[in-house]
Design a protein around this ligand. Structure first.
Ligand code: F6P
Length: 489
């Protein structure tokens, strides 16, 4: 039977029984902010929150996360909790407050200057710093203390997310061994040669192996992890059971490719609001109705390959000037982690590159690249997907990538194509995408031309297949499979 919101709802009680469900992640699903003196909220764009919010709406429970909004403290109760989604509350969000030093050391420092480049292997050197590592531990402990306080002596399942909280499983188990804990990594796990340079590698592996279940997007990351453990630790790695036993505790390792709420995304793409947003955006970008529109949506992050993508678009117009004025590329780039020098530099580099490429190719009425930095609502993002004849998703390395799945879900009329980096987790599932190597500018440019010229029937056939895959492998299946696996354990 296919997994749906309803089927997860029906099965959830049987799966987790009377245990409390607690999700722990760095990023919160709703951020409250002051805007012109009024409190508003936004939904961050990251993969983890996009995927998990629909699951929590069904499963209920408590989501523990760092409160990063400047109005976050205004809306919580005395336990630092607020019910969300704000417009129709379904579950609790428990906010953790960090000092500036903690945020700097743990988030900007160890998580994003050490672990992020270490795991993505996108030719960015990880930087390890003792003080940042100390803050990373302090913040993991803060999460542990908060969760233990919520659980008290009740039965609970704690579902830990991502690379910010790699030590949390062990910290929880040390205090309460009856807790069931699982950790899901939203980013790739690197090969052992890359991971071995990490000075804190043993503590990190011990942190993860204390969990009952460890999830990665794809099998390749699972085997990288198991191979890392085999080379670095005195542990029993069992390939039959795909588990690791360390210090008498067995942790199971499994692949769960994360996804989106396909039905919801597809339904909202046909809404009147999206129609209206499309009209507005077409007017704003002065796009001609018969122009071929390509779109990209990424956080401004060096792993996302945005520079390489714009360079490929540049090369495309150099090689095929007959397309000038007929093809436009819209890139939405969300500002991200701006207190890290590399991200600031990348933002600067993108400004210069876009200016240069536009100067080189533009005509009086047309520019090849439109770069949008402003925050866009979900409705506007969906409108952008609907308008686009092709979506360019070309990270240098990505655990999964949900932008391509959202684009596919929005294409109810089948008129669209996905150009997808072969270095994304999504590439393993989406066999009907058109693959590119983002490092190969020449071929990337040629592939853009091929997609533009691909017969409509072929594009529609591919899109139909892609939609079947994403509809079947939706977020409810991801959550259901994960929780069922935990139940077996
Ligand atoms: O997709 C991986 C991921 O780490 C998400 O878990 C996270 O939400 C996203 O990148 C965005 O990063 P940040 O939370 O630093 O804005």
């Amino acid at each position: 039977m296919p997994w749906t919101k309803k089927s997860l709802k029906n099965r959830i009680k049987k799966i987790i029984g009377n245990r409390l469900l607690i999700i722990a992640s760095n990023r919160e699903p709703y951020i409250h902010l002051y805007r012109e003196g009024k409190i508003e909220y936004i939904r961050p764009v990251g993969g983890a929150v996009t995927a998990l919010d629909p699951v929590m709406r069904v499963c209920k429970g408590t989501w523990v996360a760092y409160g990063s909004g400047n109005a976050d403290k205004e809306v919580v109760d005395e336990k630092s909790e607020v019910r969300v989604p704000p417009e129709n509350p379904k579950y609790k969000l428990r906010r953790i407050w960090l000092t500036k030093e903690e945020e700097n050391g743990y988030y900007y420092g160890y998580a994003n200057k050490s672990l992020w480049p270490l795991c993505h292997m996108a030719y960015a050197r990880p930087n390890f710093d003792e003080v940042e590592w100390a803050y990373y531990k302090i913040v993991n402990q803060k999460f542990a203390d908060t969760i233990l306080e919520i659980v008290k002596n009740k039965k609970a399942f704690v579902w830990i997310q991502d690379y910010h909280l790699l030590l949390l499983g062990k910290m929880l188990k040390e205090k309460n061994e009856n807790l069931l804990t699982a950790h899901f990594l939203h980013i790739p796990w690197p090969n052992p040669e890359a991971f071995r340079v990490c000075p804190q590698k043993i503590e990190i592996l011990e942190g993860l192996l204390a969990n009952d279940l460890l999830g990665f997007h794809i099998r390749y990351h699972c085997s990288n992890f198991m191979e890392t453990v085999r080379l670095e630790m005195e542990a029993r790695v069992d390939r039959e059971r795909t588990s690791v036993t360390y210090g008498g505790h067995e942790a199971f390792i499994r692949a769960f490719p994360i996804s989106i709420d396909f039905d919801e995304n597809s339904k909202s793409a046909d809404s009147k609001e999206v129609e209206a947003a499309m009209k507005r955006l077409k007017h704003e970008f002065s796009t001609e109705d018969n122009a071929f529109l390509m779109v990209g949506l990424d956080r401004i992050d060096y792993t996302k390959g945005i520079v390489e993508k714009i360079q490929a678009v540049d090369r495309f117009f150099e090689k095929f000037p007959e397309y000038k004025g007929k093809v436009t590329f819209i890139q939405k780039g969300g500002l991200s982690r701006m207190h890290i020098a590399k991200y600031k530099e990348l933002n600067e580099e993108l400004n210069n590159l876009v200016e240069e490429v536009n100067w080189k190719h533009s005509t009086e009425k047309w520019s090849p690249v439109i770069f949008i930095r402003k925050h866009m609502t979900r409705t506007e993002v969906t409108a952008l997907y609907k308008m686009a004849d092709a979506c360019l998703v070309s990270p240098l390395h990505d655990g999964m990538n949900l932008v391509c799945k959202e684009y596919i879900a929005a294409k109810n009329d089948l008129n669209g194509a996905v150009l997808l980096s072969q270095f994304t987790g999504a590439a393993r599932e989406l066999g009907d995408a058109i693959f590119v190597n983002p490092y190969d500018r020449e071929n990337f440019a040629i592939t853009i031309k091929e997609v533009i010229e691909m017969p409509q029937a072929e594009k529609q056939k591919r899109m139909k297949n892609l939609r079947n895959v994403v509809k079947e492998n939706n977020i409810y299946k991801w959550a259901g499979k994960f929780l069922e696996e935990l139940k077996k354990i």
